[in-house]
Design a protein around this ligand. Structure first.
Ligand code: SF4
Ligand code: SF4
Length: 368
């Protein structure tokens, strides 16, 4: 079942809604003394009104619920870049949880999990693997590479620090392979409770500063992250299987029928990121196709502060700080758009090649 509730961030209303959803999903999962990992989206140090991170009051209400049930809450994430302390300060989480008996800390250690299929073993956060209960708290956002970042994608934060760009590099620009990795992580962790902050969501070129906040006004809960993601697509007027994660999960036989409780708003004209996946055909042709058919990251004029965050993050070492400007090596670039994701100054955008734009007029490469 997927539960949808209209809500604002007004705390009394929000807390009531969060408690109602969680009590319907909890089914005695959280017991006295249970170690409960609360996994929000804490991507970068940004204010709540930018819609980049899960709203601190949503996290607070969930924490209060866990404490009320006798659980031991720990709020954690592993941001791809930057200081965890700075993120929880800037997004308001530290203030929101001040004085509450809760541990807030970055995921620091991981251990390998053997998997069937392509990936053999994946190192995931020890805290998460040892938790009695995982509460997944994604933010409803667009994602330049994967279309949307919702509940299944949010679990990639359980891969620690530098391992994230390493995975990006290993899977390269193959979105379906990256989706398979994400779905494999979802299968391993299978969070028992998922609650999505879709009150102030993000459209456009998310999930970082390139996206645009959009009020939708919903909280969505489910015991099944994938069903939740499928419903969100329907709500946004997007074909669920146009999103690589959903498509791969469906192929792997993980998609289930689900019922919906509550009124699902019809979100009109939700702006998705421009499509990027035009790599096909034999491998030797990829270089040419990439040049003419995939969007590339470029600087927005005069916006780059040369802070080097993207240079440090780039998994393909395709970025260089040349002192006065940033240089892109597009032959090396794997179009993962991690640089757009983490740039704190909204200084990067995707530029679509002319041929791609032309072809898109004839082919249905979009999400609807
Ligand atoms: S593009 Fe953004 S992240 Fe990269 S150096 Fe410039 S300001 Fe920093
Ligand atoms: S330049 Fe940006 S899009 Fe290209 S590989 Fe590096 S991080 Fe990814």
């Amino acid at each position: 079942m997927v539960i949808v509730k209209n809500s604002s961030y007004e705390y009394k209303e929000l807390r009531t809604n969060v408690f109602e959803i969680l009590s319907r999903l909890d089914d005695n999962l959280i017991k006295e003394g249970s170690k409960v990992i609360i996994k929000p989206n804490l991507l970068t140090a940004s204010r709540q009104d930018k819609a980049i991170t899960t709203h601190p009051l949503v996290i607070k209400a969930v924490t209060e619920y866990v404490i009320a049930k006798g659980g031991r809450p720990q709020i954690s994430d592993s941001p791809p870049m930057g200081s965890f302390d700075k993120i929880i300060n800037v997004c308001g989480l530290k203030d929101a949880l001040h004085g509450m008996p809760v541990t807030i800390r970055e995921f620091k250690t991981s251990k390998p999990v053997q998997t069937e299929g392509k990936f053999k073993n994946i190192e995931l956060s020890t805290d998460v693997l040892e938790a009695d209960v995982i509460i997944n708290l994604p933010k409803l956002k667009t994602h330049s590479q994967m279309g949307l970042t919702l509940a299944v994608k949010n679990l990639f934060g359980c891969v620690i620090g530098i391992k994230k760009p390493q995975w990006h590099y290993r899977v390269g620009e193959n979105k379906n392979l990256f989706a398979e990795l994400l779905v494999t992580i979802y299968k391993i962790l299978s969070p028992s409770i998922n609650l999505m902050d879709g009150i102030l969501a993000m459209e456009g070129d998310g999930p970082g500063t390139g996206g645009t906040p959009r009020h939708i006004g919903v909280l969505i809960g489910s015991n099944d992250a994938l069903s939740m993601d499928m419903l969100v697509c329907e709500m946004l007027g997007i074909k669920p299987l146009s999103i690589p994660i959903n498509k791969i999960a469906d192929k792997m036989g993980l998609a289930k029928d689900f019922t919906v409780s509550g009124k699902v708003p019809a979100v009109k004209d939700f702006i998705m990121p421009s499509s990027t996946d035009l790599l096909f055909g034999p491998k030797f042709a990829h270089k040419l196709l990439r040049r003419h058919l995939t969007s590339k990251p470029v600087n927005i004029k005069n916006a780059c502060k040369l802070c080097n965050e993207c240079v440090k993050m780039c998994p393909a070492e395709a970025l260089k700080n040349q002192g006065k400007h940033l240089e892109f090596d597009y032959e090396r670039c794997i179009r993962c758009y991690c640089c757009l994701e983490i740039c704190p100054h909204a200084a990067l955008k995707k530029q679509e090649p002319f041929l791609k734009k032309t072809l898109e007029r004839f082919w249905d490469l979009r999400y609807r």
